[in-house]
Design a protein around this ligand. Structure first.
Ligand code: SF4
Length: 438
């Protein structure tokens, strides 16, 4: 280990996090530090999806620059850097090295040469060593990069390119390697997971993935995030339902439910097709259904918005993400007549409240049930509480459980699955008593 210090920040989505972990894998000789003012190298892996994310990325870079050592190197990487490479290189003089979404596995070369580089080909992990962050038992696994969908509001294909899937062998080899390192819970991610392998001429690539991952000893738990309505088949949902390894966890951002809006947003699937998939997911025992909605997209009438609110309120989603429409240049919606910011903000508030209530209703149903959870560590809330996650839930986004009691003698260990009884709901956090090993 050299005595050089690295401070690295990963913004945006879990796909970006995997790329950050690849950079950390290349820079293993560095000592990681949370103190950016002490670092020799500071890397920000940025997000360029929507205005709020872009702002956060720029502010993070500027704040880190303000407190860094004069002889340190400040690197701006990732989607924002890729999307606005010319402009940022001109305007953001604070940054020493710019790179985009093509050079994660060459970050050590860029640092050695102190050179910016934007390799055209979008990077897709394939066997690279990475430093998994945030857990000792759970890891995100990237299935593909880019996207072939043409959603009217989304700029991602403009800087991440067309769908490019890893081979099944590449994904399975990574999971096998991670299992050897003690990981047993996996979240499979991409921009459009249900199109996995379509670019390699394989339909229902996720069915092949599920069958392959189920064969790997040591994979105890798995879920797939980012299903897309037009490439999600009933056969895929039945395969997930029948799997002993993959949870009945369904994350399908539908963005809207009004037929005309789904047409305007170029979503490809109308209301009935979307409902058929969602109703089947909801009908499965112990299923968990998560989605996202966009409010204020051009063309959204008050009636269409109301329809979406009524649906979100009645359907019984476990978790709902609400996005305020962000007018992104280079997208089909950019030149459409826009809805006023105040109306967008008001709609986001209204649907946000419905989303909060949907989460509480889902949590209330858990009280009194027996679940499998994993303890992640001491709770930040209270010294006598341990912070846990229901094993079915995805990390970070689905919530936390406070373990405040146990019916077994031995001390509870972190990263170990336990059976537990859900005892109460405090605010939007469940409490639970560990009853045994899982
Ligand atoms: S599926 Fe739609 S929203 Fe998601 S990355 Fe592709 S184009 Fe963007």
């Amino acid at each position: 280990m050299s005595n050089k210090k690295l401070h690295i920040v990963s913004l945006g989505c879990t796909k970006n996090l995997v790329d950050t972990e690849v950079m950390m894998g290349r820079l293993k000789s560095f000592e990681l530090t949370d103190a950016s003012e002490e670092a020799d190298v500071i890397i920000v892996n940025t997000c360029g999806f929507i205005d709020a994310a872009k702002e956060e990325s720029i502010n993070t870079v500027l704040n880190l620059d303000a407190s860094r050592r004069d002889d340190s190197l400040l690197v701006m990487a990732g989607c924002l850097s890729e999307r606005y490479k010319e402009q940022l290189s001109q305007e953001l003089k604070e940054v020493d090295i710019f790179t985009g979404v093509g050079d994660y596995e060459r970050i050590d070369e860029l640092l050695a040469e102190k050179q910016s580089r934007f390799t055209e080909e979008v990077y897709l992990i394939d066997g690279a060593e990475r430093v998994v962050t945030g857990s000792t038992y759970h890891a995100y696994v990237k299935l593909s990069e880019g996207c072939n969908q043409t959603c009217s509001f989304c700029a991602i294909p403009s800087f991440k390119g067309k769908l490019h899937s890893r081979t099944l062998d590449s994904v399975a080899a990574e999971v096998e390697k991670l299992v050897e390192q003690g990981y047993y819970d996996f979240s499979f991610v991409s921009q459009d997971s249900s199109s996995y392998l379509w670019d390699r001429g394989v339909r229902d690539g996720l069915i092949h993935l599920i069958r392959r991952i189920e064969l790997i000893d040591g994979v105890r738990s798995a879920r797939i995030l980012y299903l897309y309505p037009t490439t999600t088949s009933m056969k895929l949902l039945e395969t997930i339902a029948a799997s002993k390894t993959f949870h009945n966890y369904f994350d399908m951002p539908i963005q809207h439910i009004d037929d005309e809006m789904l047409r305007i947003m170029h979503r490809g699937a109308g209301r009935e097709q979307t409902l058929r998939l969602l109703r089947y997911m909801r009908s499965l025992p112990g299923s968990f259904v998560r989605t996202s909605f966009i409010v204020g997209h051009p063309g959204e009438t008050e009636d269409a918005f109301r329809e979406m609110c009524d649906f979100a309120e009645r359907f019984g989603f476990d978790r709902i993400n609400v996005f305020a429409y962000s007018n992104e240049e280079g997208t089909a919606a950019f030149d459409m007549p826009q809805i006023g910011d105040d109306v967008i903000a008001e709609r986001a508030e209204i649907l946000g409240e419905i989303a909060r209530e949907a989460k509480l209703a889902s949590l209330r149903k858990e009280i009194g049930t027996e679940i499998t959870l994993v303890i992640d560590g001491p709770s930040e809330e209270h010294e006598y509480l341990l912070s846990a996650r229901k094993l079915l839930w995805a990390p970070e986004i689905d919530g936390e459980i406070y373990v405040n009691d146990r019916e077994i003698e031995e001390e509870l260990s972190f990263g170990t699955p336990y059976r537990a009884k859900v005892t109460d709901l405090v605010g939007d956090v469940l409490t639970a008593t560990v009853t045994g090993h899982a």
